[in-house]
Design a protein around this ligand. Structure first.
Ligand code: G6P
Length: 614
């Protein structure tokens, strides 16, 4: 979704801004733009399409400056075009603004401004904000840019991450946020602003994450933090970001998604590293230790998430209910936040989010906190809103995930959920020693087993070649592998635009069976587990209707090998860890199909990596 970059300091700002925009491309966008403070005026260049088009557009222009802001826009108000792209300027060009989020009361504000004689050139809510700031600046006595921004923001309802430049105060950037992330990188006599840390880390590791309603006033030598509502200075809290630039590069892979699929043996190891005692094999979750008594007293666990994280949550439900014997409910954050759910003080709510910034998930977290529940976070991005706003939590340690379609973050989430289920099961004494140690041993062996699946990628590519022209696809699974079927279908539709449905195999007869004919690829996740025989029956039902079956099977399963058209094999494993293995061939299958269809794998159309608006 929209991305923000800003720079102030001794460098030429233009290349820093363009590079920053490119770092943010992974978030998904449809236009981009740049505003440069030059000779006491602000020059704005913007273009629909990719950042490379903006760069081409600017190639003949004078772009040198030491202060500038830049933006990638993902359309909400008004179609993607040059006009609606950011930065926006106020009517008299005094202010220029880049804005992520949505100003909910923009229509009323716009009406007031129209009545006061303001005119508008775009369909965006952000232009309204630019004009509101200018109005405040011109109306008050001796109002400076910072005061005008704070006055305007006090009238705004909605979400924003924004950076403002004022023509009259050229050596200054003013930034603020509510519900939309904004980070400030601190260099030597220079500052970098961005909506996530990726554009910043090659310059500095020292970052301040703005909190809601913070207003940052930045010159090349100073960072002053205040609040929208109060003039007193706040001391900025500086975080150190342990990210390397190498993590932001493809390192020889054709796409970030492929790189991230292949990283999973390492990322899963990183997720359980230091959390399983090498001698006693007990699970230790440092992030939860202080709140563990309350977790153990919980009458119910509610897991909230969106997208792929929601699929991980379903696996968590199955694991926690079975092994820790605690009732679990899984909710879409977008539904939960609006449907007046019953939340009790003895509930534990777990929010799962790769980015830690998903707007619906954040709203659900705030609701659960308001109602007195203990709210835990499982997230990947260090310092993200989920990490900061939950009572306690666990990082997944999957590293930066750039491909929009989530892969390594999913398996890291499932790993963490497995650890939580095992920890609770041990504490509640609802698991036998034998079962516990079997699962732990199998979890530790998962990275090696994934390596052995990844080696077979050419065979999966071959299968993709057979099916890449399909129009529809059906994915089936049972038990722990039902959410894997959902995730497999989601991966395919996200990046290849093939319509794919994931279903609980037992539900097939209640609808999807009507779709089956000899044109429909049916992907069945059929590893050897307690449901295996049932899944084989489902396969027979598909076969009887001439569907083309691609089965994910356990090595050595000659019965299924002979029964279906195509197979993707996983090594023998305990059923508890089978989601971590079976999802790998499905990720690769979607990837190769999308490549064969010529799709933009890392930045699929209309999707965003971090969905910061609802
Ligand atoms: C977007 C992404 C998905 C992701 C979902 C939830 O739709 O494209 O890959 O699963 O948001 O994101 P989160 O960061 O909260 O896990």
């Amino acid at each position: 979704m929209c991305g923000i970059v800003g720079y102030i300091g001794p460098k030429n700002a233009y290349p820093v801004l363009i590079k920053g925009l490119k770092r943010l491309e992974y978030r998904g966008y449809d236009s981009s733009g740049i505003a440069l403070s030059q000779n006491n005026q602000i020059n704005i260049f913007k273009k629909k399409g990719k950042v490379s088009e903006l760069e081409y557009f600017c190639s003949e222009k004078e772009t040198y400056t030491n202060v500038g802001i830049a933006h990638t826009r993902w359309a909400t108000h008004g179609e993607p075009n040059d006009n609606n792209a950011h930065p926006h300027h106020s009517m008299n060009n005094t202010f220029s603004i880049i804005h992520n989020g949505i100003i909910e009361n923009y229509e009323r504000l716009k009406k007031d401004l129209l009545n006061k004689g303001y005119t508008f050139y775009s369909d965006t809510d952000s232009e309204v904000l630019a004009n509101l700031i200018e109005y405040m600046y011109n109306e008050g006595d001796h109002v400076n840019a910072e005061q005008a921004v704070r006055m305007a923001l006090s009238r705004v309802v909605g979400a924003y991450g924004l950076v403002v430049m004022c023509k009259d105060e050229p050596g200054k950037l003013i930034a603020s946020r509510v519900s939309s992330p904004l980070a400030i990188g601190i260099g030597e006599g220079e500052y970098f602003l961005a909506s996530d840390a990726t554009p910043i880390i090659e310059y500095t590791k020292n970052v301040v994450f703005l909190n809601d309603k913070d207003v940052a006033i930045i010159t090349k030598n100073s960072l002053t933090l205040k609040s929208v509502d109060a003039d007193e200075e706040i001391t900025p809290e500086i975080h150190r970001i342990e990210l390397s630039v190498g993590e932001l590069e493809k390192n020889g892979y054709d796409h970030f998604m492929l790189k991230e699929i292949f990283e999973q043996p390492k990322t899963i190891t990183d997720s359980f590293r230091g959390r399983i005692d090498p001698v006693t094999k007990e699970v230790f979750l440092g992030g939860l230790s202080e709140v563990m008594p309350r977790i153990l007293d919980a009458k119910r666990i509610i897991i909230i998430a969106c997208g792929t994280s929601w699929h991980a949550a379903l696996i968590g439900e199955y694991l926690i209910e079975e092994y820790a014997q605690v009732p679990v409910e899984v909710e879409y954050a977008s539904e939960y936040r609006y449907r007046r759910p019953i939340i009790r003080e003895d509930d534990v709510v777990i929010a799962i989010s790769q980015s830690g910034e998903t707007a619906d998930t954040m709203a659900a977290i705030r609701l659960a906190k308001e109602k007195g529940a203990l709210v835990l976070g499982i997230c990947n991005v260090v310092g993200s809103s989920v990490a900061r706003e939950t009572h306690a939590g666990i990082y997944t340690h999957a590293g930066v995930e750039i491909g929009v379609a989530s892969t390594k973050a999913f398996t890291a989430q499932v790993t963490v959920l497995t650890l939580i289920a095992l920890r609770l099961a041990r504490k509640h004494q609802t698991i036998t020693d034998e079962r516990y140690f079997t699962i732990i041993d199998d979890l530790i062996s998962v990275p090696d087993k994934i390596e052995s699946i990844l080696i077979k990628h050419p065979s999966i590519k071959k299968i993709a070649k057979k099916y890449y022209k399909a129009v529809n696809a059906l994915y089936l699974g049972r038990g722990f592998l039902f959410p894997v079927a959902l995730e497999g279908a989601l991966k395919l539709k996200e990046i290849s635009y093939i319509h794919a449905e994931g279903y609980a195999a037992g539900e097939m007869k209640h609808g999807p069976i009507a779709l089956i004919d000899n044109n429909l690829p049916v992907v069945v996740v059929a590893a050897k587990d307690r449901y295996y025989e049932k899944v084989v029956s489902n396969i027979q039902e598909v076969k009887a209707r001439k569907g083309n079956i691609i089965a994910v099977i356990t090595e050595g399963d000659s019965a299924l090998r002979d029964m279906v058209e195509d197979i993707m094999e996983i090594p023998k494993c305990d059923e508890v860890v089978s989601p971590l293995l079976t999802v790998i061939p499905l990720q690769l299958f979607s990837y190769y199909i999308a490549v064969l269809r010529g799709c933009d794998v890392d930045q699929p159309r209309n999707l965003a990596k971090s969905v910061t608006v609802e």
